[in-house]
Design a protein around this ligand. Structure first.
Ligand code: FAD
Length: 385
């Protein structure tokens, strides 16, 4: 019988990992709480587009996917910084044409990876299955399907279920653990710049735009349809915060005072601001990432980072690459020491993900404030934003 691995979470990392495992010959079941995003328009609720960088491209290249993914990419050659009341200045990421990062649609990439995984014939997605309790004695988990609780058996489980991972909670409740979740006292909200009347971008499409304003900032990444997704990062509480900017008047006043040049470009500012969710941001560092030979976590479930280094997905893709290199082919799975294999994944990946978590927090200060100091940033050689 073909060795089966069960993934909880069919987001970016779960979809890529299912493909990695299928290519190694495993049969993979993926349980995902949301509907199939290829059939229904799921409001992302979080970053509609993302920056894909070298560390995320490498695993995609290894699977031979980049030819098709290239069509989804918009190269961003540097930061376009928009200081208040001054002309914008462009800060290239490097000296060569290779020094770029890419804007990509989260939904498009996720859908593409799911379709590729299914095309192997070895991966099955179970949508609208919200997983809760995991029982390592009985080797079952509970999934809520249309209001009914179902008990499902597993052989080995990998949590790719994001920052609020029930698989992480199950692992950490079994073992003596190190676990920290630091919720940032700043949150984010997404807004949009629509394309112009010719369907073109209203700002330079080959740059990541930043409006740094000290305690808060806006950034914008281009989309293929000529729009930009704009993200406002701001404190949760205080004088200028998500607590204090809510009514139509407050929103107008805030954008008039701090974002004069971009305000006229924002599409349905009041409606978007008031209706789009305010997303929280957190850093998760934990250990162990596995329980015996039964369960492992990767991606945001093991190491959620704040997005200011633009490396959360990229880092999760690197986890998939590590698994591709460490796991045996399915034919040899029975003779392998899975507890040791799971431990090795944590050993090779945690040091990197912890470092990225720290750099991402540092970069927030840079972006809000010091990003105006071009020379300083160049010295730091930040990959993103
Ligand atoms: P997720 O994307 O969170 O996917 C988890 C999946 O599991 C989801 O599909 C979810 O529905 C499912 N799930 C959750 N709970 C359950 C359950 N109980 N049962 C079943 N399924 C479940 N990263 C970058 O590399 N570049 C960027 O530019 C970037 N920008 C970002 C901007 C913002 C505003 C934010 C918030 C994040 C950004 N990131 C970026 C980080 C990136 O979004 C994450 O690192 C990435 O999504 C992690 O992928 P994942 O698959 O591990 O987790």
């Amino acid at each position: 019988m073909i060795e089966k691995i069960t993934l909880i979470g069919g987001g970016l990392v779960g979809s890529l990992l299912s493909l990695v495992l299928a290519r190694k010959g495993y049969s993979v079941d993926v349980y995902e709480s949301r509907e199939d995003m290829r059939k229904v328009n799921i409001s992302a609720g979080r970053s509609i587009n993302l920056a894909l960088a070298n560390r995320g491209i490498k695993p995609l290249q290894a699977l031979g996917l980049m030819n098709e993914i290239n069509e989804m990419l918009i190269p961003m050659k540097g930061r376009m910084v928009h200081p208040e009341g001054e002309p914008a200045n462009f800060q290239p990421y490097g000296q060569t044409t290779n020094d770029v990062i890419y804007s990509i649609s989260r939904g498009q990439l996720n859908s593409f990876l799911m379709t590729k995984a299914e095309a192997t014939g070895k991966v099955k997605f179970f949508f609208e299955h919200r997983v809760s309790h995991i029982d390592f004695e009985k080797m079952t988990f509970t999934a809520n399907v249309a209001g009914t609780e179902k008990s499902i058996n597993f052989n080995r489980i990998i949590g790719t279920d994001g920052a609020n991972s029930p698989v992480r909670q199950a692992i950490l409740s079994q073992e003596s653990k190190q676990d920290s979740e630091a919720v940032l006292d700043h949150s984010y909200k997404e807004l949009t710049i629509a394309p112009d009347e010719n369907g073109q971008h209203k700002l330079d499409a080959n740059a990541l735009h930043i409006w740094p304003r000290g305690e808060f900032m806006l950034i914008a990444l281009p989309n293929l349809d000529g729009s930009f997704t704009v993200t406002l990062f701001m404190p949760n509480h205080g004088f200028t915060s998500f607590d204090s900017v809510n009514t139509k008047e407050e929103i107008h006043h805030f954008f008039d005072a701090h974002f004069t040049s971009i305000k006229p470009l924002l599409d349905d500012l009041i409606g978007s601001y008031q209706n789009n969710p305010t997303g929280r941001l957190a850093t998760i560092k934990c250990s162990p990432w596995h329980y015996k030979d039964k369960a492992l976590i990767v991606g945001d479930s093991a190491h959620a980072v704040v997005p200011f280094h633009g490396q959360g997905m990229n880092c999760g893709f690197e986890d998939c690459n590590a698994i591709a290199e460490l796991f045996p082919a399915a034919d040899n799975a029975k003779d392998s020491d899975w507890q040791a294999l799971f431990g090795e994944v944590e050993q090779v990946r945690k040091i990197n993900s912890d470092a990225i978590a720290d750099m991402a927090l540092e970069n927030y200060i840079e972006m809000r404030d010091s990003v105006r100091q071009h020379e300083f940033l160049l010295q730091k050689q930040f990959a993103f934003k």
